[in-house]
Design a protein around this ligand. Structure first.
Ligand code: UD1
Length: 432
């Protein structure tokens, strides 16, 4: 089992390059199989979720060639079946995007119900409602979603809840329906826009992505293209929080500052300096930060995927902060681990009441999910002494070379898999 061992206490200083967005890459890889021509994807993050999804499209026959670490060529002309193996789906929830892609291309998809990060109940009723609205028969058979149709027809769909996944999935399938589909109450996240831009580069006709009404005129086929994935706003935000927590000074490069506004605004509010450039942001935390309140919301609100990292920063801020999680009900599981590092946090239902402390103390802790895992790494980087973080498999799902990037900013962190490697780290880093 891989772990991170960390000696805390160093302010993180320097520049870090942000990778392509995992949450855009996953639907875009799925959509890439919707044409029989070759699609070249650039700026793909080299993270476990992306690599598992590439394996799962290989599993149904697609041709996948890795050109370099961040570029792949995909050709969907060799796909021989529309049934995706559970083996892949249990590892990544986002393989449900293959439902929309296969349904759109072949009018037929069979995808096991997804697993993924354990951050609360994650229904997919809105995805299925959208597929049914455009004419698909959808049933759940022995744990597998089977969607079929003779032909799909555009429809007017009102989403009951703002869902990133459902908006994207419906957008993919409806791009190949006959006539016009309108999605109302659509998600507005930058990765929704990125998927729409990608589909349009393949020949789709989608307007309004980034607003809450998306209009899709169905087309009869897609063609190949070359497309670069948008920068990862959550990875960028994570490094911004690492600067804030460690009283550091970090320039995050290859970001779209507009996407970071909710995060930047909170950091400014609590006393960080935040400087925006064309495609980078500098965060400096020169003094003790101050309390605030945060509520997670769909974009452009404060992202739920940044809630654990923000809470770690507020656990160090002066005064009492209140963090309300309004998207996923089970997203405070890291709080028990953080308490073991000295944090003073009480969780009541979907709210965390945080009394700021001066600093954490290192401990052996477990990463409960992807973003919470990254947040605990930030806490350990600030902590006095050393920490060992278990279950980093979750973190590796979504962060490319996390430990390497942190080391380049002055962090003392190693990925280890044995007790003797931990001892070696402690000796090297003066923790004995
Ligand atoms: C995506 C992101 C995830 C992020 C989340 C919210 C990916 C791979 N994952 O997840 O990192 O935390 O957006 O920004 O992109 N819901 C329903 N029915 C549905 C669909 C969703 O009730 O059919 C609910 C969910 O339980 C949740 C809310 O809607 O409470 C938002 O979920 P959604 O936006 O769909 O999240 P994901 O697409 O799963």
């Amino acid at each position: 089992m891989e772990q991170y061992v960390i000696k805390g206490g160093n302010p993180l200083v320097g520049e870090v390059e942000i990778a392509g967005a995992k949450n855009a890459a996953l639907p875009i890889i799925s959509a890439a199989i919707m044409t029989d021509e070759t699609v070249t994807l650039e700026n793909l993050p080299d993270v476990n979720d992306v690599n598992v999804l590439l394996d799962s499209i290989r599993g149904i026959g697609a041709y996948v060639e890795r050109i370099d670490r961040h570029t792949v060529k995909i050709n969907g002309s060799t796909i021989h079946g529309c049934a995706v193996e559970y083996e892949y789906i249990k590892k990544i929830r986002a393989s449900y995007y293959l439902l929309g892609a296969l349904l759109g291309k072949y009018n037929n998809a069979s995808v096991p119900l997804p697993g993924g990060c354990n951050i609360g109940s994650r229904p997919i009723d809105q995805h299925l409602k959208g597929f049914r609205a455009i004419g698909a028969n959808v049933k759940i058979d022995h744990g597998t979603i089977v969607a079929t149709c003779d032909h799909m027809t555009g429809a007017h769909i009102f989403m009951d809840i703002v869902s990133v996944g459902a908006t994207i999935n419906i957008m993919m399938a409806a791009s190949r329906a006959v006539g016009r589909t309108i999605i109302e109450n659509a998600a507005k996240e930058p990765h929704v826009v990125d998927v729409a831009n990608f589909l349009n580069s393949m020949g789709a006709n989608i307007r309004g992505a980034g607003t809450d009404v998306i209009r899709i005129n169905g087309v009869s086929g897609f063609h190949g293209c070359t497309y670069a994935i948008v920068p990862d706003m959550i990875e960028a935000g994570t490094f911004m929080m690492a600067a804030a927590a460690t009283k550091g000074d970090i320039i995050v490069k290859n970001v779209i500052p507009k996407h970071m506004e909710a995060v930047s605004a909170k950091l400014l509010e609590i006393g960080c300096e935040v400087e925006e450039f064309d495609d980078s942001i500098r965060v400096v935390a020169a003094k003790r930060l101050q309390r605030t309140h945060v509520k997670t919301q769909p974009y452009p609100g404060f992202p739920t995927d940044m809630q654990p990292q923000m809470s770690v920063v507020l656990a160090l801020a002066q005064g009492t902060s209140i963090v309300t999680e309004s998207i996923f009900e089970n997203r405070f599981k890291y709080v028990d681990e953080l308490s073991r590092m000295g944090a003073n946090i009480k969780v009541e239902s979907n709210t965390a009441i945080i009394d700021g402390i001066e600093g954490f103390t290192g401990a052996q802790i477990t990463s409960p999910d992807l973003r919470a895992g990254a947040a605990l790494v930030i806490a350990a980087l600030q902590a006095d002494g050393y920490s060992v973080i278990d279950d980093i498999i979750y973190i590796l799902r979504g962060y490319e070379d996390f430990d390497g990037k942190l080391r380049s900013l002055g962090a003392e962190i190693e990925k280890v898999s044995t007790e003797s490697e931990i001892q070696k780290f402690k000796m090297k880093n003066g923790c004995m």
